[in-house]
Design a protein around this ligand. Structure first.
Ligand code: SAH
Ligand code: SF4
Ligand code: F3S
Length: 467
């Protein structure tokens, strides 16, 4: 894919939106408070931080109670049917709130809003919804609010460009010591089951200088951990012919950030250069999320993943040879069309062979417009549920064994809060990305604390501070 497919949003357009934001802020009917409901992945979580930043610039402040807010914004996800159903149920419900509060504004954005024909359906079927826009049009939020306030309904729902690239939007970070940075947008991989390339547009990498500048500002602000985001971070720079991902990581390591993470890595593009940089760069956490999806070559081919079980396992071996203590996690899909019991057993055996720290497991959900949605051989729901239950049981056993093997080892935990059940217990993540509880002082929140692992629960480690 060439740069031609990318629509860079000019500085002038960002400034024009800022001007509209000021205009809206001064209107008597401008909402005073907002509530954002976020579904889906880290990308969406970060987009919501940007949406929050823009709304604050418009003079609004966050309202924790959904029903008390003047503006409710749904940042939606359409990766699986249940994500969509949950969002739609809540969007429809806002009609009830509007009955007693007619001035309420309801907006819908995120991946659902970019689906073919969605915004038209929303506009026609749900008169209580006021505006919508896709993930590539976040910068237009001030104008969409203005259109909604002025009743310019057709324009307020206009579906537009998905392959935009913009810089300079405000971000309202949800944590003082942890931050996301988007390094690229979109995806070109077209895995046969996946809707993302259709709603997030073509792959486009941000410039390295812009990313470094953002990281430097975060370091200056006291941020301890940065997570780099992209659907396929390993192909960073391929579209621009600029620096590649391992070169970006090297430069980011030099900003002085204590901890760096990234997701998601596609196994087909996991280069030796990247593995070498992970092993060399002290800021990069000893953890990699490497979605396998399936252990069966038949399924991997049908999924258009463009790697085999063997090449996946080769990558795992290379990672562990370079970093013996690295923790691996993964995503797995069961009941893909045509999946036989034998194919499924291949996934179970892959899980046994790799011994992931953890796995996100999903039942295949057909997404309209994707090639897999047209495949024969749908798996019946009972078989699908049986397979996911067996898979989860195997992974839970392995997780417990991995956790047990960590007892007695030292780890570095970025303390991010106190335990809900016990205020004397701090919680946080180890470098390996595992949740960990230990006794500490509230003043240590936001610090990286050295601990010794002493035990574990179902999803967490227990530890003791090294004094
Ligand atoms: N870009 C990432 C994945 C983002 S989506 C990657 O390639 O790894 C997160 C996960 O959702 C995927 O890894 C996959 O396991 C799951 N997923 C995506 N589409 C799905 C579908 N139609 N049905 C079930 N699970 C799906
Ligand atoms: Fe979807 Fe595949 Fe792209 Fe990941 S790499 S976002 S699974 S198409
Ligand atoms: Fe969902 Fe969009 Fe993320 S479909 S998983 S929110 S990229």
């Amino acid at each position: 894919m060439t740069r031609d497919a990318v629509l860079p949003i000019a500085k002038e357009e960002i400034l024009r939106q800022e001007q509209i934001a000021r205009e809206v802020k001064n209107r008597p009917d401008c909402p005073r408070t907002y509530h954002i409901i976020t579904y889906g992945c880290q990308m969406n979580a970060h987009d919501s931080e940007t949406l929050g930043g823009i709304l604050e610039r418009m003079g609004m402040r966050a309202e924790e109670e959904r029903d008390a807010a003047d503006l409710i914004l749904f940042n939606t996800c359409c990766i699986r049917d249940n994500a969509e159903r949950r969002a739609m149920g809540n969007i429809i419900f806002t009609k009830e709130i509007k009955k007693t509060k007619p001035e309420l504004l309801v907006g819908v954005c995120g991946c659902m809003a970019q689906q073919e024909g969605f915004s038209d359906r929303l506009r026609k079927r749900y008169p209580h919804v006021d505006f919508s826009f896709g993930p590539g049009e976040i910068y237009q939020l001030p104008e969409r609010v203005l259109m909604a306030l002025e009743g310019r309904r057709e324009e307020a729902f206009k579906a537009g460009e998905d392959s935009t690239l913009y810089e300079g939007l405000p971000v309202l970070r949800s944590s003082p010591f942890f931050a996301y940075i988007n390094i690229m947008y979109g995806c070109d991989n077209f895995c046969s089951y996946c809707i993302v390339p259709y709603v997030r547009g073509r792959e486009r990498s941000r410039g390295m200088a812009d990313i470094i500048k953002e990281a430097e500002a975060l370091v200056k602000d006291g941020v301890q951990e940065i997570m780099l985001l992209g659907q396929n971070v390993n192909s960073y720079g391929n579209d621009t012919n600029g620096p590649r991902f391992h070169e970006l990581l090297r430069a980011l390591g030099e900003t002085g950030i204590p901890r760096l993470r990234f997701m998601t890595s596609n196994p087909k593009d996991l280069s030796d250069d990247l593995i070498a940089e992970m092993a060399r760069n002290p800021a990069i956490c000893p953890h990699l999320h490497l979605p396998a999806q399936s252990g069966s070559d038949n399924m991997l081919r049908a999924m258009n993943r463009r790697y085999t079980r063997k090449t996946y396992l080769d990558r795992v071996r290379a990672l562990r040879a370079a970093m013996p203590d690295i923790g691996l996690s993964t995503d797995l899909i069961v009941a893909f069309p045509g999946e036989t019991e034998e194919d499924f057993m291949d996934t179970l055996s892959l899980v046994e062979e790799v011994r992931f720290d953890s796995a996100f497991t999903f039942i295949y959900s057909p997404r309209s417009g994707t090639t897999a949605a047209k495949l024969p051989g749908r798996i019946d729901p009972d078989t699908a549920r049986d397979r996911i239950t067996r898979l989860i049981a195997v992974q839970e056993k392995i997780t417990a064994e991995v956790f047990e093997s960590l007892i007695g080892q030292e780890a570095q935990v970025l303390a991010d809060g106190t335990s809900k059940r016990d205020e004397t217990q701090l919680t946080g993540k180890t470098g390996r990305g595992i949740a960990c509880n230990f006794e500490g002082q509230a003043g240590q929140i936001g610090q990286i604390v050295p601990v010794t692992i002493t035990g574990f629960g179902s999803n967490t480690l227990k530890a003791k501070q090294i004094m």
